[in-house]
Design a protein around this ligand. Sequence first.
Ligand code: PLP
Length: 392
Amino acid sequence: MIGEILSLVKQHEEWRGQECLNLIPSENVMSPQARALLSSDLTHRYTSSYKFYMGTRFIDEITAYGEKLARGIFNAEIADLRPLSGHIADLLFFANFTKPRDTVICVSATDGGYPGMWKNALPRFLKYKTVAFPFSKDRMNIKTQEAIELIHRVKPKAIIFGASLFLFPHPVKEVAKAAHETDAHVGYDGSHVMGLIAGKAFQDPLREGADALFGSTHKSFFGPQGGIFLADKEHGEKIKKYLFPAYVDNAHWNRIAALTLVLAEMKEFGERYARQVIKNAQALARALCDYGFPVVCRDLGFTLSHQVFLDYGGYKRGRAIAEKLEKANIVTDCGVRLGTCEVTRRGMKEREMEQIATLMKRLLVDKDKPSNVKNEAVRLAKEFQRVVYSFE
Ligand SMILES: Cc1ncc(COP(=O)(O)O)c(C=O)c1O
């Protein structure tokens, strides 16, 4: 039994860790140093805000250190590392700043918004009503003037920027101003772009008018799977007051130790990393477009984030494409969204993006055998096994 379990993990490690070109935009890799902290003694421990458990003196210091780093990197008055995931960070925002029957404006799931905050997900049990931001599919962005008019008309309790398919910075400045005029709370779900925001390469939501910035710590932010909440004093203090024990009990201190180390890496290397992630996304998009792939937003330079969007008109065709790519060890989602965070963290640059595009073309346009393309994909992946932008 034990041999089987260990063997499955080993096979996964070899396949996804060493032999695949991982292009899922929700994923990344941690440095060996940060990853090692996940199996430290902290993984066994408890602490609670009431100081119920003894033995927590170093955990408390690590947490304070991490929060200080996070406040500095994001220039936030309050930081909290305890949300267990991006989704829990969303839940914290909605549960604390809306009530049943309130209206919330966000990007609809059909426009690339996060399905977890839309219709049948969080609103189903928090009972808030969702209204979609007016959205331009041509520009893959919120329509600023129409959004301002909508806010004045429906007077939402909260508006929330951010999306799962996220190519361009949202018009936070203009739209948040209108929301504040109607006393709405302004949130920004930065799950996808947290690493780009930390690296000062995308937008600065807290300066542009968001009251709170929150989300995952493992997509473009290269940390452990988990969440983070950053906010002004008013919103942050409320979150700190109610987070425990309603939304999170034990916060997984091994994760928080790893996240603290990753925050130090971000402080040191984040700007270079984030710039390269975006340059790589643009290079990949350009090369794919030249090969005839359906890359959106050509006129806008394709992307200003870590994502490239291939519009195959829905999941059915997207799944067929993603399945073919997987056979050649090129791993994507069925969106089809491609993300350059992980390959960038492995040290790849524009040249390698062109090679990846060529492999995709050989497979999907020239109909070369998957096994031939796979051999090349494995060779390229194996060349980039180090994790860069780290203290190693
Ligand atoms: C915009 C957005 N918010 C939140 C989440 C949920 O993140 P997590 O998986 O960390 O719970 C996702 C997931 O992909 C997302 O795309």
